[in-house]
Design a protein around this ligand. Structure first.
Ligand SMILES: Cc1ncc(COP(=O)(O)O)c(C=O)c1O
Length: 350
């Protein structure tokens, strides 16, 4: 029999709605979202539009749908998106923009998932009939495979300037935007001020069971609604889940600092295990990646032995692992998890 999962560090998507959140969902005022009659959803959209400093917002079932809807709204078939080669839209969204939009992607190899204005400039396609049309610069805040690194406002503004000068739009995938806000003290508004569109996830560190909110100009959001419909993301009594999002915004933003502190504890303890190296070496938010290639076990082997102890972490490939802190893991959980890795490696040697 599989052991009971005690500590789940595989993703910040593994949070369960709290009692208070479930009560808010139960009590939600609802209507038909497609007719803009769901008051709770409207309130959530207004709240996020204000938070991100944009004119309008639309509620979508997932972060992936926010990316796809935004990118299809910005781009036409034959257009090209420029982003980090580690971006979620390249490796983890089923090629949605290529399939639904006939859009290509030009990747930039990056260390932390962050590219510079010069790197963007170097990837712009010449304007000629044989080239795809460079149309959009894509930013991930924080970077997932880049280890939760934070794009600074200057880095974003520099990239946006090059993009705008060349006629490109800028989009921020804000799956963990609020982690960047809490870790840096910079407001969400400042982070996305030079971006044409940006979204925040509600179902990661913020702890809602589902949902993301995409923001932009009123015209952009009107057009995004068409793609939301086409992709089957238009809902009915969505207030039940929007209420969880509102609860998350009210109760779970500031507490992300605890996740960052726990990630630091985890990172320090993991870095002390012989043969294990943090990768990247600096942990800025709630994602802890580490390299186990100098131990005698592969990443999948360590992950499966952890699972036998009721602890889940991700094996990204043979040598790299990922642990993510979130509101359902405590300081004592991350201490137990790092002790478990140490014990697994020590016992294997013995
Ligand atoms: C950077 C990034 N973008 C997008 C997504 C997709 O979000 P969702 O799981 O809400 O679809 C994720 C999910 O892990 C992510 O890490």
């Amino acid at each position: 029999m599989a052991p009971t999962l005690r500590i789940d560090l595989s993703s910040d998507t593994s949070t369960k709605p709290s009692e208070g959140m479930r009560k808010a969902m139960y009590d939600a005022e609802v209507g038909d979202e497609q007719k803009h009659e769901d008051k709770t959803t409207t309130t959530l959209c207004e709240r996020v539009a204000t938070l991100l400093g944009k004119e309008a917002a639309v509620f979508l079932p997932s972060g992936i749908m926010s990316n796809v809807v935004a990118l299809l709204t910005h781009c036409a078939p034959g257009d090209d998106i420029i982003c980090s080669s580690d971006a979620h839209i390249i490796g983890s969204e089923g090629g949605g923009v290529a399939i639904f939009g006939g859009i290509s992607i030009t990747p930039i190899d990056t260390v932390l998932g962050i590219y510079s204005a010069d790197e963007l400039k170097a990837r712009l396609r010449p304007s000629r009939s044989r080239s795809p049309h460079s149309r959009l610069a894509h930013i991930e805040q924080t970077t997932n495979k880049g280890g939760g690194a934070i794009w600074s406002v200057d880095q974003i503004n520099d990239v946006a300037k090059v993009a705008k000068d060349a006629g490109l739009s800028v989009h921020t995938d804000g799956a963990r935007l609020m982690n960047a806000v809490v870790a840096s003290g910079v407001s969400a508004k400042e982070f996305v001020a030079s971006c044409d569109s940006a979204w925040t996830d509600l179902s990661k560190g913020l702890g809602a069971p589902v949902g993301s909110v995409l923001t932009g100009s009123k015209d952009f959001i009107d057009e995004a609604w068409t793609w939301k419909h086409r992709l089957g993301g238009a809902m009915r009594q969505s207030g039940v889940i929007a209420a969880a999002g509102l609860y998350a915004l009210e109760h779970n933003i500031e507490r992300l600092a605890e996740d960052h502190a726990n990630a630091q504890v985890l990172a320090e303890r993991i870095a002390d295990i012989p043969g294990v190296k943090l990768d990247p070496p600096n942990v800025e938010t709630n994602l802890v990646f580490f390299d186990v290639s100098e131990t005698e076990l592969s990443a999948p082997e360590i992950a499966s032995r952890l699972l036998e102890k009721g602890i889940r972490m991700g094996a990204i490939n043979e040598r790299r692992m990922r642990a993510v802190t979130h509101l359902d893991v405590s300081k004592s959980d991350v201490i137990a998890a790092s002790d478990a890795i140490q014990e697994i490696l020590k016992n294997h040697k013995a």
